[in-house]
Design a protein around this ligand. Structure first.
Ligand code: COS
Length: 392
């Protein structure tokens, strides 16, 4: 089905992803969804994404990246998630975990870490959320205490995308000597942690894969414990006390990515519904002839297009170097809820053939969609960010 492009280069990406999906996504989707513990992470898919150059897309050319625009990258995520939302693992590695390094890192840090992230040799994770610090991200309890040339870090993190398999963490901590400023957010710092050496976790770090995840199961989510972990001070990312701003700035861009994920799912639900409505015969004719179905298709298509406009508007602002915090929140809020609307209508149109996973992808879309209203800032946090700007 035709997708509106705001930039001619988007179509080439859509065509490239379609070819990639035939080979690396469609044949494995069911197996990835039902893969048993332990080894659930989609290693083969990740390696294929890296080999194709998709992991490197947004990263700077001088560090092995392709430096494509946000509009092009957003298209990549939209299309990958049209075929399978498990492809969100790419987004978590690039715009969530590598972005803060190539944006706020020193030249030495960028040179050391970004090329490995671009090639797929390294899997970085964005390690912010804690058992008591989700929406209230300022409430960090993980503490870094300076000790000579090192920091000693203690704490616990949860709901970390790839936290169980990552070898590199962009870790957010409360700095023990956070200065005289009383504001809690100004006590938070970001530190790069080389969590694994030769594949083995460094002393003091323990990880676990979180079980019984509702959707996107092969893009694993981890829990992390840090006990007296020693990290060299040269691994501080940005300045002491600037970690919260780094996290918020990173989430601005990453939220466009979640909007693109929702858009991909919404588009897929629409396409599946159109195909099904044309072939499913009921009362002597395809159900596409029934006005009840036509109206659902019209509402879904309108949601998809509105989500697309908001998503690419935010990406265009990012490309222009303008502030896009509000637009990213609006895109994420609307596209994730549009995905829910479309998947729900698709389920209604498919009936039993939607509810039972062996007949259609609708049951999987239903499970995959739900996290988009939760991660990288819940819908309620997006409404808070949007309204606080309008009411200021
Ligand atoms: N970009 C850069 N800086 C930002 C920013 C942004 N988008 N948003 C806020 N900041 C800065 C503010 O300017 C402020 O700086 P100063 O201390 O210099 O004044 C600082 O960050 C604190 O801002 P604020 O006081 O508004 O922070 P709050 O504690 O009120 O928190 C919310 C704001 C709730 C919006 C934030 O905690 C949030 O986004 N929570 C959700 C976190 C999330 O998405 N978690 C998902 C898991 S991560 S995958």
């Amino acid at each position: 089905m035709f997708r509106y492009n705001v930039d001619d280069r988007q179509q080439a990406i859509r065509d490239r992803v379609a070819a990639f999906a035939q080979k690396h996504i469609i044949p494995f989707s069911k197996e990835l969804d039902h893969r048993d513990d332990p080894d659930r992470f989609a290693w083969d898919l990740f390696k294929a994404l890296a080999k194709e150059g998709f992991v490197a897309q947004r990263m700077p050319k001088e560090y092995g990246g392709c430096n494509v625009s946000s509009v092009e990258y957003t298209t990549l995520i939209e299309e990958l998630c049209y075929y399978d939302a498990v492809a969100c693992l790419l987004d978590a590695v690039t715009e969530l975990a590598t972005y803060p390094i190539y944006t706020f890192g020193t030249d030495a840090q960028k040179k050391k870490y970004v090329p490995k992230c671009a090639s797929g040799e390294s899997i970085p994770a964005f390690v912010l959320t804690e058992p008591g610090a989700g929406s209230d991200a300022v409430n960090q309890k993980t503490v870094a205490v300076p000790d000579g040339d090192h920091y000693i870090i203690n704490g616990e993190k949860i709901f970390i995308m790839h936290g169980d398999v990552a070898d590199l963490f962009v870790l957010f901590v409360k700095m023990a000597d956070g200065g005289d400023d009383d504001k809690a957010s100004r006590k938070i710092s970001a530190i790069i942690v080389e969590a694994r050496k030769d594949g083995k976790l460094i002393p003091g770090i323990k990880v676990a894969t979180l079980k019984k995840k509702m959707g996107m199961r092969a893009a694993t989510t981890g829990r992390i414990w840090l006990e007296n972990v020693r990290v060299p001070k040269e691994n501080l990312l940005g300045e002491v006390g600037k970690g919260f701003k780094i996290a918020m700035n990173t989430l601005d861009g990453a939220r466009i990515g979640v909007a693109a994920q929702g858009l991909g799912i919404a588009q897929r639900a629409l396409q599946e519904s159109i195909d099904y409505a044309k072939k499913r015969v009921c009362f002597g004719a395809p159900i596409a002839k029934l006005q009840a179905i036509q109206w659902m298709i019209a509402d879904m298509a309108t949601q998809v297009e509105a989500a697309r406009m908001l998503t690419y508007k935010a990406a265009q602002l990012q490309d222009k170097g303008e502030k896009f915090t509000i637009e990213a929140s609006q895109a994420k809020l609307f596209a994730s809820e549009a995905a829910k609307f479309c998947v729900d209508r698709a389920m209604q149109i498919h009936g039993g053939y939607g509810y039972i996973g062996e007949f259609s992808p609708i049951e999987k879309l239903y499970r995959d969609q739900r996290i988009m209203e939760i991660y990288e800032g819940t819908s309620e946090i997006q409404r808070l960010v949007i309204s606080s700007s309008y009411l200021r």
